[in-house]
Design a protein around this ligand. Structure first.
Ligand code: FPP
Ligand code: MG
Length: 326
């Protein structure tokens, strides 16, 4: 396998092509909805979903290049739409260190820009001329909606089960990565076995990615990434480090952690107590281990393919992300 320097250089080449294509697509309408879309695009992002799409495409023997990135854009545009709406649902003030679009342009305008982007992605996906891929795209938008709804219902629920947490993660994050990995298999007419391998890769990688992201909320590294520590908890999201700590701590401490987690606000001392209880219950370590296990399983799913540069990239992408080395 290549070292992390190698993978980053390779991904950067693809990111440049993707950036060109996304900018062209989102510049088509020179009006407010186009402006909000470009504002979201220029906010940056890791572009994991389109990268997974383009690498899966290459894994199946397709040529890299701008035409592939047009298909890959479908997944980033859906993701951007979901984040525009999510920041309203979560009342988030910032996204990637900048003012959230609903504060910059207004809530109705940001809602409409999200709708507009969904329509844009659906129309782009028609270029595949396949009902099967249209089915995947519309199904994943449905999954995202349920993921967000279930997350909303679970807000500040200190008893959220591990299974329900995983149900949310599968819908809100893993489903879109899975569709991004699976769609090239449909377009290129891959066997059922290879299609399933790519779908599994996306689901497992997505799960690993979300758990690793949830760990950052507690591990103190979140600040370095432009996201305040305990932001998820402050917005009411109960995530795996807290769940695992809660289920390992002795009853009195677990009850205290549940009580603190259920509150709308916490003092500085209470925030420190949450971090200390989650640490004491081994929540960060155990969740990190779980993220790493999902990443290993994601990489293993690609053993269905012969070794190649693309499979190497995809495996590294999953493994590096679970350890958040980039
Ligand atoms: C971010 O979660 C939220 C999502 C990835 C899914 C959001 C889905 C919807 C709003 C449903 C509607 C979908 C479309 C396509 C319009 P988070 O709040 O945990 O992450 P964050 O910290 O980045 O905000
Ligand atoms: Mg959010």
């Amino acid at each position: 396998m290549t070292g992390s320097g190698g993978i980053l250089a390779g991904l950067n080449g693809r990111a440049a092509a993707l950036s060109r294509v996304l900018e062209a697509i989102l510049s088509e309408d020179r009006d407010l909805l186009g402006e909000i879309s470009l504002y979201s695009l220029y906010g940056g992002g890791k572009w994991l979903r389109p990268l997974v799409y383009s690498l899966a495409w290459e894994l199946l023997g397709g040529e890299p290049g701008d035409p592939v990135m047009r298909g890959a854009s479908v997944f980033e545009i859906i993701h951007m739409a979901s984040l525009l709406h999510d920041d309203i649902v979560d009342s988030s003030d910032t996204r990637r260190g900048r003012r959230a679009a609903h504060l910059q342009f207004g809530v109705p305008e940001a809602v409409l820009a999200g709708d507009y982007l969904v329509a844009k992605a659906a129309r782009l996906s028609l270029e595949w001329e396949s009902l099967e891929t249209f089915d995947l795209i519309t199904e994943v938008i449905r999954e995202l909606s349920y993921g967000e709804l279930y997350q909303l219902k679970a807000r500040r629920d200190p008893d959220l089960s591990r299974g329900d947490y995983h149900g949310i993660v599968r819908r809100k994050t893993a489903a879109l990565l899975s569709a991004a990995a699976e769609t090239p298999a449909v377009i290129r007419g891959a066997s059922a076995e290879l299609r399933q391998a790519l779908r599994s890769y996306g689901l497992r990688y997505g799960t690993s990615f979300q758990i690793a992201d949830d760990v950052l909320d507690y591990s103190g590294e979140a600040g370095a990434l432009g996201k305040p520590v305990l932001k998820d908890l402050d917005e009411g999201r109960i995530t795996l480090p807290l769940i695992l700590a809660r289920d390992s701590l002795p009853p009195k401490k677990a009850a205290r952690l549940r009580d603190l987690a259920a509150r709308c606000e916490r003092t500085e001392d209470e925030r420190a107590e949450v971090l200390s209880l989650v640490g004491e219950g081994g929540g960060i370590e155990k969740a990190r281990k779980e993220a790493a296990d999902w990443a290993e399983e994601a990489a293993a799913a690609l053993d269905a393919f012969p070794a190649s540069g693309a499979s190497d990239f995809l495996k590294r992408l999953a493994l590096l992300n679970s350890s958040r080395e980039f």
